[in-house]
Design a protein around this ligand. Sequence first.
Ligand code: UDP
Ligand code: MG
Length: 342
Amino acid sequence: MEETPNQEVKKKHFYRRPRYRKKPSEGYENTRRTPKKISIVIPLFNEEESLQPLSNDIKRVCELNKIEFDVIFVDDGSTDTSLKVLRELNKSDRRFKYVSFQKNYGKSAALQVGFKHVTGEYVVTMDADLQDDPTEIPNLLNKLDEGFDLVSGWKKKRYDPFIKRVSSKFFNYVTGLMSGIKIHDFNCGLKAYKRVVIDKIRVYGELHRYMPVLADWQGYSVSEIPVQHHPRRYGKTKFGISRFFKGFIDLVTVIFVTRYIKRPMHLFGFLGALAFLIGIIVNGYLSYEWIMGQPLSNRPMLLFGILLVIVGVQFFSVGLLGELMVHNSQNDTEYTVKEVNK
Ligand code: UDP
Ligand code: MG
């Protein structure tokens, strides 16, 4: 039967859970159970105009699809009237909760603090600037229901300035290459997680760009679905071009964090030992020649050997220091919360 465009639209907005899902131990099971509650975490920094329409959209989509939800807005030290809007939103509907920072700590900090207050079994993150579309929430949840632990949005058609689109492509390509994760859009604000994932991952600095990498490293399954994207309606972007340089420095951090954080000696110890060994061989050879009567004054190789030995010892020491820090770093970073309402 031919579908009219109208039916098509209706279908898209309907939250369809799979009828049957196989669990390894239980065989086929009818999964027509109550849908899982979701918590939506929204970091925001000076987005006063967008908050009301965004909340309306979320409410409409979730109620239409019978999704039980709450929203945790994290006001990242806004200097406009965002906090006032959040207070009003909370007053009129208690499902819209908020945390407000004393100062601007950055998106990762906002997400991390937001994650502390989630109550749902599934957690969705999205930007506050109306660029992410709440109608995608049911689709993300469906994908989680398929068994994935993290589902990332893929802004297949992006409404961002040209320079940002190009550099973002490059960034995603390199991140995919370095991390081995096959998704197109690491930095999409719209993502859905199973609760266990966010309970496990700590996002600090600007590591929010690498949530899929961090999750994958913890052994969680990562997937993506194409999502609608919109141009920014109000205000302007909070990240300048510097994001890409910082982004790549962060990539080094992530690679290090995911591969070596618990064992820095494996990297530094190995490099240090290698440099030290080559240095010893070089200088041993030169010493042999010196004993055999060759003068060392015209052998630049000597300097190279000494350099390798020193660098080797230094790398080794850095590795040892790293091990000490890993051993002692059990403390969480603290953020000064100005106001909490949950
Ligand atoms: N954001 C934040 N703290 C910051 C910068 C940004 O909470 O220090 C929020 C911002 O309000 C928005 C989201 O992070 O909800 C994404 O920011 P933006 O739209 O500026 O990034 P872009 O879409 O340009 O990548
Ligand atoms: Mg944006």
